[in-house]
Design a binder for this molecule. Sequence first.
Ligand code: PEP
Ligand code: MG
Length: 543
Amino acid sequence: MRMIGKAVHYGIAVGPVVVIKPREAQVKRYKIYNTSSEMIRLEQSLYKVKNHLRRLYDKAVAEVGSEGAAIFNAHIMLLEDEGYLDSVHSIIQAEKVNAEYAVATTGTHFADMFAEMDDEYMQERSRDVLDVTGRVIRALQGQEELDFSEMEPSIILADDLTPGEVMQMDSKKMLALVTLRGSANSHTAILAAMMNIPAIVGVEFNLDGLPSGSIGIVDGYEGSLVIDATEEELAAAKEKIRVQEEEQMMLQRMKGKETVTKGGRVVKLLANIGGVQDISYALENDAEGIGLFRSEFLYLQKDCLPTEEEQLHVYKKVLQKMGDKLVTIRTLDIGADKQVEYLELGKEDNPALGFRAIRICLTRKDIFKTQLRALLRAGMYGNLAVLYPMITSVKEVTQIKEIVEEVRGELESEGVSYKLPIQGIMIETPAAVMISDQLAQLVDFFSIGTNDLTQYTLALDRQNERLDAFYDAHHPAVLKMIEMVVKSGHNAGIPVGICGELGSDMALTGRFIQMGVDELSVSPGNVLRLRAKIRDINEEEEG
Ligand code: PEP
Ligand code: MG
């Protein structure tokens, strides 16, 4: 069985397929007539969840010791708590409603109760209650737990995955990612590129018809997925893997070489990362620095806001690992497709045009200031640049500068050591392009986010796969805008880079160099390929 989708990251993978079924987002309340069979259904689900938790406990004891495993025991105890169970039972019996609803209502009630307590330890228990409650609801709905801990390296097949779900997975266990939905420019696709695993989106398959465990082949060059491959197909895939490995060997020779064209133009070649875990991969691929650390993944991986100390720990680690190389950390760019429930931002009709990124930071100054404090403190440990996303006006930049000044003053008066990093902005809205001459007077560098710039210029939602036919990554309007931004930046004497996916589009590398783009920041797996491409460019021939 061979299916075609849209290739979003190159590479070939052969391995067992794991099918992830879409998760029920909401719990519905409905009347039941037989409360005793509903109680049995509940008992069976509780039994299943507790067994699953016991297995997780045993595995965790073996891997991280009993202290680290204790959490699973605590979760089992919660499911045996009399108060919790009484509440679930009485809702089912008194209201004659389904068990999912009774569990969800009880879970929310208990979680709120814990959250309101003064004791920090008890407040933390609120998350545990929600976690186990979710497990029971999924068991009642007949959904399999997403448990990747025991999974062998596999090809992941899913309807769609949120960036948060991808982050939960162990990248070493993902051979490839194939989704039914999702567009090439979605953050899920970008994450696959960052993990350097072959990825395809928009593959039409029926998830119910695909059993986990069958052997699949993913070809991230042509965008194909083969299930239950024939001997010939397997042999052809293995041959492609061999060629791929050869290409990788050739690329190894690019390590340590300068990123310079035949005509002598030097380009700074940086890597995009989503967290500390990507640093070694960026260094292995000889990235000259980090051009974009999407700090929001730090917020996506958690179920509450990361504290100043937690953030400092991560930023410091990244800076220390990179030594004297540049590390560009972008401030929180949450919203649109990157949602965190705990911020309770609410549903919007047009999330991509809504409350996101710098708009959240300028409104929720507390969140912004915590991140800025961590960043300024981290500045002590390396070569840091801070980058602000989704800028549309001069006013936003002046507001940011005022807040940075406020934070600096506070650290100063508290006697906390810090170092003010250089500061730049993302140019990813047409508004920012059109006033780039004014913005360039206020900042130290520009970084062009072509993913959003394309979406906003072409009025094409980057998440909507139905628009792929109208999507033109090489649209002359976008290219003209890039040229304009480079001119504005250079007139003001500041460097201009590209950190969107277009930066690794080798059909455009020559044009970017002609335009005068100073830096390209791409997923680590693309660094050496791009270096080879740039070293091959002869400006005179390109004309
Ligand atoms: C962009 O918009 O091009 C960009 C780099 O940021 P993100 O993809 O995270 O929105
Ligand atoms: Mg963007």
